[in-house]
Design a protein around this ligand. Structure first.
Ligand SMILES: NC(=O)c1ccc[n+]([C@@H]2O[C@H](COP(=O)([O-])OP(=O)(O)OC[C@H]3O[C@@H](n4cnc5c(N)ncnc54)[C@H](O)[C@@H]3O)[C@@H](O)[C@H]2O)c1
Length: 401
């Protein structure tokens, strides 16, 4: 890190706590060429709580705000880390970018494709860095899997993958952070593009750009929450789907999530090449490739995934290791926050930029559009705005033109 970087944290709720822990970890490991000068949340007590915690580890108390515009007016910042609900990403990111601040925004980039494009346009127009807080590809597991598939080519030429989970999940909706996720117009959709944004980034990281999607989705379970002013509200976001995703490379993937399954449960996540398969045993179709896995070769021989991680680490030069895991950090949140600070300090492209996030997010939007229209949808048509039957009402609700 070279230049001193002054940051603000905008949105001090659930995931911002992971960002706060990340900044603390970076500080404690000696990466100190930065400080947090402001915290902001519409619930001022959250901004104040964050400011106290920041003072406890760094010795300096940030200013606190409930209004982003006042924070921008007071100046004195280089970058803003935005951890607000999806629908606010463009509303908060654009004024920051227009004020010539660099921005890191949580996934998914914008609530719709148009919102994502608006954020990217503002960054490009103002010559600012736009990073997206995608933590999963930064863990050793995904780095090693990328190397195993794309560099060591242990599976041969990639063919198909299946990421499917069926179980019963009585997801409670009462918590505040679940309520804005329950309604299509408020949250933009359900898990396809919430936790799904992670898996879309994972598969794009591993297999390159996607081309076409055909999908079906359903809302099987009746889930409700008590809204502070509207009384009983029924969640209308999807709870189940199955999507076939075709990549430009020819790889075909099937991604299904069915948490409304009565009876038998299963989780099956397997990647197939023309020489071997790799089974991800983490039991997760959103945040996988982080714990257990097994390779099976065509002659039946097997290799434990942990061996692959070791082989990958041994293959790295000290410079490569320092680039992937600076200061010895290994947690994805710690690494994404370090990457943002370092990108600002050195005026370099962040590891996951706006276009990376948009191209990944567009796969999720293509799933919605395909399920909504009953047709196969191309990623390109989602990115360039030709297809927006599903997103139209969401754009209208959030004033996105
Ligand atoms: N990377 C991950 O693993 C991960 C996990 C969870 C959430 N997220 C993402 O983080 C974002 C936030 O999710 P969350 O679970 O932390 O939500 P949350 O509801 O827990 O927190 C959001 C915070 O933003 C504040 N806020 C809302 N509008 C604001 C405004 N206009 N100005 C300032 N503050 C405002 C709220 O008061 C709240 O404190 C979402 O985009 C979500 O997709 C990422």
């Amino acid at each position: 890190m070279s230049k001193h970087v002054r940051l603000a944290m905008l949105g001090c709720g659930g995931i911002a706590k992971a960002h706060l822990n990340a900044y603390k970890a970076i500080w404690e490991r000696g990466g100190r060429n930065w400080n947090i000068v402001a915290t902001c949340d519409t619930k001022i007590e959250r901004a104040e709580d964050f400011a106290k915690q920041i003072e406890a580890f760094s010795g300096k108390k940030p200013r606190t705000y409930s209004d982003m515009n006042q924070m921008i007016k007071d100046g004195d910042m280089d970058g803003v880390d935005i951890c607000a609900p999806h629908g606010y990403h463009h509303i908060l990111a654009v004024p920051c970018l227009e004020a010539k601040l660099d921005v890191m925004v949580e996934k998914p980039l914008g609530i719709t494709c148009k919102a994502s494009q608006i954020i990217i346009d503002a960054a490009e127009r103002n010559g600012r860095l736009l990073a997206v807080a995608e933590n999963l590809r930064r863990y050793l597991g995904q780095r090693a899997t990328y190397w195993m598939i794309n560099e060591a080519k242990m599976l041969g030429n990639m063919r198909m993958f299946f990421a499917q989970k069926a179980f019963f999940w009585n997801l409670p909706m009462q918590a505040e952070a679940m309520q804005w996720r329950a309604e299509r117009l408020v949250g933009g959709g359900g898990l396809i593009f919430d936790s799904g944004a992670h898996y879309m980034d994972t598969i794009r990281y591993l297999f390159g750009d996607a081309q076409t999607v055909f999908a079906q989705m359903r809302t099987y379970e009746r889930r409700t929450f008590q809204h502070p002013t509207r009384g009983d509200v029924v969640a209308d976001v999807e709870d189940s789907w199955t999507a076939t995703i075709v990549f430009k490379s020819g790889v075909v993937g099937v991604w299904s999530f069915f948490p409304a399954a009565r009876g038998k449960s299963f989780c099956n996540v397997v990647y197939y090449g023309d020489k071997a398969s790799f089974e991800d045993l983490s039991g997760d179709v959103f945040h996988g490739l982080r714990t257990e896995g097994e390779l099976t070769f065509e002659d039946g021989k097997k290799r434990n995934y942990k061996d692959i991680e070791i082989e990958f680490l041994v293959s790295l030069s000290p410079e490569q290791k320092a680039k992937l895991f600076p200061l010895g950090l290994t947690d994805g949140f710690h690494l994404e926050c370090y990457d943002f600070i370092d990108a600002i300090a050195n005026r370099r492209r962040p590891d996951v930029d706006g276009w990376d996030a948009f191209k990944a997010k567009a796969i999720a939007e293509a799933i919605y559009e395909s399920a909504w229209t009953g047709k196969s949808v191309t990623i390109e048509d989602c990115i360039n705005g030709k297809v927006q039957e599903y997103q139209k009402a969401i754009n209208e609700k959030w004033g996105i033109k």
